[in-house]
Design a protein around this ligand. Structure first.
Ligand SMILES: [Zn+2]
Ligand SMILES: [Zn+2]
Length: 321
């Protein structure tokens, strides 16, 4: 079967890979759509040892299996179901297995992949393949972080730093979960205009850094934005840190020192959130549909990924066919 690899330096190779060999308790999933993700940019630049792709929708492809042909999305943490975290439903924080589909084991930038049955989430008939991947990172990761934030801030004025796919998803999710008005800081005119079309008001980093927000969502993974987040958060407000990078370097200014605030970092989402995430997708269908702005098969995947890396696409899909 054909699969994509990231050999490094921003290149994509399409290789003839071995067919997935599902182990005990696993099935083969035929990929219908795998969404491109900003977190893939680092492996794309540096190289990665396995087939990446972690926002996978597809069909179970195991003739004879009771679920053969079922439409699914893939929950990427290969959780154990027995450890202390799994027992209380925090499957994304499993202590026994930290393996993630598309990171430590082969992912969805391919025609097929092997997936543990416990990681298969059923896709209802009303959700098309092209929207199903959004249930994972775009909605799932963001909504989980906001649910944590709501333990300390109920609603109010919000700021989103970065209007990439996670930031744009965050605008939709936080509006739906009771926050507003929403301001956004985004240097790309295209992305800022898209954020405005979702109801957010564009502002600059200087204007944002004035300590008046109940909730700040940092969705760039850049230190400059982390610094703005620390200045922008209001008294007893919360910063939700969703962006990722290898190192964080921020300066403790006097205004940050003389302030009470909550700083949250969250990773992915508990598997039990899935039903609630389906409802979030249905509630803001048109906004999510507009996020998915392109698709390509494996032949054109390298070109699509390069355009995505340049910020010219919001949430495009690999559709291996
Ligand atoms: Zn992702
Ligand atoms: Zn576990």
């Amino acid at each position: 079967m054909r699969a994509a690899r990231f050999p490094g330096e921003g290149r994509v190779e399409i290789v003839d890979a071995a067919e997935p060999r599902p182990g005990p308790g696993e099935v083969t999933v035929r990929v219908a759509a795998c969404a491109l993700c900003g977190s893939d940019l680092r492996p794309w630049r540096r190289g990665w040892p396995v087939t990446p792709g972690h926002e996978v929708a597809g069909r179970i492809d195991n003739p004879g299996h009771p679920r053969h042909g079922d439409r699914v999305v893939v929950y990427i943490p290969v959780f154990c179901r027995r450890c202390k975290e799994c027992e209380v439903g925090r499957t994304h924080l499993c202590r026994e297995s930290r393996d993630l589909v598309g990171w430590q084991r082969p992912g969805g930038y391919a025609e097929r992949l092997a997936v543990p049955e416990r990681c298969l989430l059923p896709v209802p008939d009303d959700i098309p393949d092209r929207l199903a991947p959004l249930l994972l990172d775009t909605i799932g990761t963001t909504a989980h972080g906001i649910r944590l934030a709501k333990r300390v801030v109920e609603g109010g004025r919000a700021l989103v730093l970065g209007a990439g796919p996670i930031g744009l998803g965050a605008i939709v999710v936080i509006a739906r979960m009771g926050f507003g008005p929403i301001d956004v800081v985004e240097p790309s005119a295209y992305r800022a205009a898209f954020a405005a079309s979702l109801g957010a008001t564009a502002t600059g980093p200087g204007a944002a850094a004035t300590g008046r927000y109940r909730l700040v969502v940092e969705a760039t993974g850049k230190d400059a934005a982390r610094q703005v987040a620390l200045e922008a958060v209001g008294s007893e407000g919360a910063i939700l840190q969703l962006g990722e990078s290898d190192a964080w370097a921020v300066t403790e200014t006097r205004s940050i020192r003389l302030k009470d605030f909550f700083l949250l970092r969250s990773f992915y989402f508990p598997i039990g959130d899935y039903e609630a995430n389906l409802e979030l997708l249905r509630a803001d269908w048109d906004s999510y549909e507009r996020l998915v702005d392109d698709a390509a098969d494996l032949d054109d995947f390298g070109t699509l990924f390069a355009a995505f890396a340049r910020g010219e696409k919001l949430k495009p899909l690999l559709t291996p066919g």
